[in-house]
Design a protein around this ligand. Structure first.
Ligand SMILES: Nc1nc2c(ncn2[C@@H]2O[C@H](COP(=O)(O)OP(=O)(O)OP(=O)(O)O)[C@@H](O)[C@H]2O)c(=O)[nH]1
Ligand SMILES: [Mg+2]
Length: 392
């Protein structure tokens, strides 16, 4: 079953992967286990009272709505599955569309594989970036056409769509844009606005937003819900890194170390080789000058200046590319991460009284860069190894 997908190793190492990459992988697994143990030690503190009541309200509505949009994080399509839908009794067969949001932060080739994988299992799936209006229009078109099928083409009825998912995956951001598009196209009126925030657990109640007329269509935005029990350390560490679990419940420094192990084992840093050349652009996704006006808007929730980002990338590139791996040097890899943290402190110009505050501040700044896409594109969950795409 798709949502009970077998956990894959944290990082796929290609056949040509170096021993340093293998070490990075081992380090990431060790850090992942540490984070997993830390979360289990919280005894369910991430599962607040609002989540329990939201889960029960969502369960009641699942049977009543026409369509369910399950929003997942495109970087972790398996780990971010919405747990209540994994139960066979609640599975909204044929009425579910899986939405891989934050596709702008994921590795595009991995996202393509995930979509093909899900489609092969007869599951409707689309990858979107909710900050992009065209992307949401595409989603809205799919929702409209599914609704027409479900309502057998009647135009004088009302369709309801339940938007569910783990915390911080972008549900409210999606509903805002859907509502904006729907209201503009249908009728001028006061726009409602769901609060969007980089912190998980922002939405506390279920609210309806009109997204289309003829037929009328309402989308219900819901609070994010996580499983009340975690058994898989890989899933937990990826949820922590991508921001589904409140950072303050964990040691931010541990999450940042896990991030560095990921960056060190991934090829993304190799793109930062020529940063010192004149004209090198910190924002790889923007290359043409005509799009430079959009540059500020791209990182809506990150205000780190470009020269700081450049310096962070330079530090990571220099340290990883000069690292001499080899058998028996596992400890050296942990030291590499520690050294990177110290150098990043200078890059971020962090200076506080206590070293504890300093570590936390560097960790939060680094995590913010990752979560806003300024350290590149990473997909942490991979489709199962034995899966083969069938040619169309
Ligand atoms: N890069 C990127 N960021 C996104 C995208 N969608 C949402 N975000 C950001 O993700 C964060 C969480 O968005 P929300 O819409 O509040 O998430 P939510 O699922 O409603 O969260 P809860 O209400 O806590 O369950 C915000 O900082 C958004 O700006 C996206 O497609 N790409
Ligand atoms: Mg929300």
């Amino acid at each position: 079953m798709l949502w009970a997908a077998t956990p894959q190793p944290a990082y796929s190492t290609t056949p040509a992967a170096s021993s340093s990459a293998a070490m990075a992988s081992a380090a990431a697994e060790a850090l992942s286990r540490r984070l997993g143990a830390a979360v289990r030690g919280l005894s369910g503190a991430w599962y607040g009272r609002h989540m329990a009541s939201a889960e029960s309200a969502i369960r009641t509505r699942l049977a009543l709505v026409d369509l369910v949009l399950e929003v997942r994080d495109a970087r972790i399509p398996a780990s971010s599955a919405f747990e209540p839908l994994c139960r066979p009794t609640l599975e909204p067969d044929g009425r579910r569309v899986i939405v891989l949001n934050k596709a702008d932060l994921a590795d595009p080739s991995e996202t393509k594989k995930w979509i093909a994988y899900m489609k092969q299992r007869s599951c409707s799936c689309i990858a979107i970036n909710s900050h992009n209006m065209e992307s949401i229009k595409e989603l809205l078109n799919i929702v409209r056409s599914r609704m027409r099928e479900i309502k057998h083409g009647q135009s004088n009825c009302t369709g309801t769509v339940l938007l569910v998912g783990i915390p911080n995956v972008g549900k409210s951001a999606i509903v805002n844009v859907m509502h904006q598009i729907g209201r503009i196209a249908a009728e001028k009126g006061k726009l409602k606005h769901a609060i969007v925030s980089g912190h998980p657990g922002e939405t506390r109640d279920i609210s309806g937003y009109k997204v289309a007329s003829h037929p009328n269509m309402y989308v219900l935005d819901t609070p994010g819900v996580l499983s009340s029990r975690f058994t898989n350390d890989d899933f937990v560490s990826r949820l922590a890194l991508t921001g589904a679990i409140k950072d303050s419940l964990l040691q931010e420094y541990d999450i940042a170390q896990f991030l560095l192990a990921l960056v060190n084992s991934h090829d993304e840093y190799k793109k930062w080789e020529n940063l010192n050349q004149v004209g090198a652009n910190v924002s790889f996704s923007i290359t043409s000058t005509s799009r430079s006006q959009n540059k500020k808007r791209q990182y809506v929730s990150d205000h780190t200046q470009d020269f700081v980002v450049k310096s962070v990338r330079q530090i990571l590139f220099d340290s990883v590319s000069s690292f001499k791996g080899g058998p028996g040097k596992e400890d050296a890899f942990s030291s590499l991460i520690d050294c990177q943290m110290v150098s990043l402190q200078e890059a971020f110009k962090v200076s506080t009284e206590s070293s504890e505050d300093m570590r936390k501040s560097v960790a939060l700044k680094l995590l913010n860069l990752y979560r806003t896409g300024r350290l590149g594109h990473y997909t942490l969950d991979h489709v199962p190894d034995d899966w083969q795409e069938v040619a169309a």
